[in-house]
Design a binder for this molecule. Sequence first.
Ligand SMILES: Cc1ncc(COP(=O)(O)O)c(C=O)c1O
Length: 404
Amino acid sequence: MSFDFDTEVNKFGINSIKWEFIFDAQHNAVQGDHAHPRHGGERLLPMWVADMDFRCPPAVIDAIVERAKRGVFGYAMPTDSYYEAVINWFARRYGRSIQRNWIVMTPGVVPALNLMIQTYTQPGDKILIQRPVYHPFTFAIENNGREVVSNSLLLQDGRYQMDFDDLAAKAADPAVKMAILCSPHNPVSRVWTAEELTRFGEICLDNDVLVISDEIHCDLIYPGVQFTSFANISERFAQHSIVCTAPSKTFNIAGLKLSNIIIPDEARRAQFGKTLERTGIMGVNTFGVVATEAAYNLGEEWLTAVMAYVADNYHFMRDYLETHLPQLHLLPAEGTYLVWLDCRALDISPAERKKLIFEDAHLYLDEGEIFGPEGAGFERINLACPRWLLAEAMDRLKASINNL
Ligand SMILES: Cc1ncc(COP(=O)(O)O)c(C=O)c1O
């Protein structure tokens, strides 16, 4: 089957955060039609939040439509076929065997992270993350009155690495109770190798630091790169970790609000269950379960095609920058459809860079500074867009930089 990733899908009147809103300096969402095609060359091109611009797999759309036609939308629970679809996906693709009762459903990975922080740590405890990293990790830790400890990544020879000496020193602090691993890593696009995960996990577990492995991007891997789940390293790792998974990034269904949190340890699962009870989180989104089941059973061919398209976008962008903007350096892409662009050689302040990108080029990207101070001078760019849009974005970037 062939899929059309080139034609622009109308994103207006669908509550799209990416296309119909801008966040102002106070982080308030402001609705507008700034990205509408009617503005021609002046329209804003949104390449920020991790949503794809593509329609999701046809089988998912069909399943949702069929379900909607039934016309009843009462409370829902996952059935046997739902669990089979999830279990089979991870067994088939990653060789992970997940038992049905290990799967705890939450309305998203970010809510789950917040709830796990509340469940497994106390106010004042320290939680380790690896900046530059997906900023809601920091928000979740700080909003719950815990303290961020950053085992910051090192950029060595053009590739990000974990700093294991620093990790060993920080994990030894008895106040560090939890580590949130971003695997694959957003925003630097690293897919951690089994060896890196082993070293990370041994240091954490030897120091009684619970590992939460956020693997939401695990299916979005570039051709030729291999993903390993933290839990697949060993039985010990599986028992002493919690893996966060979701079909949302993989199949572009984040608005359906569903994630599967894998908790093999019974006592930990019971503790988390209590937290869910306390917060009144129960049941699932009707369309979320329907879409997930269809996606995991029937969406693999679409996923392969999407990642091939995204990989071509990456090569297009890399070649464009080498030819026209050699002062910008694109980091290697291993996983996620988000790429990390080193703009430090422009030697301009964050405010000047924001003006250049947002006001002059009319591009809406994510400035690296939001991922922690380690992201200063970088931009994160979402490549899950039609190639013509990426080409236009590159032309605008070139024109704005040449005008500096
Ligand atoms: C690493 C990571 N975790 C979690 C999320 C969001 O998860 P959810 O929408 O399920 O809350 C994202 C979204 O970009 C992400 O990049």
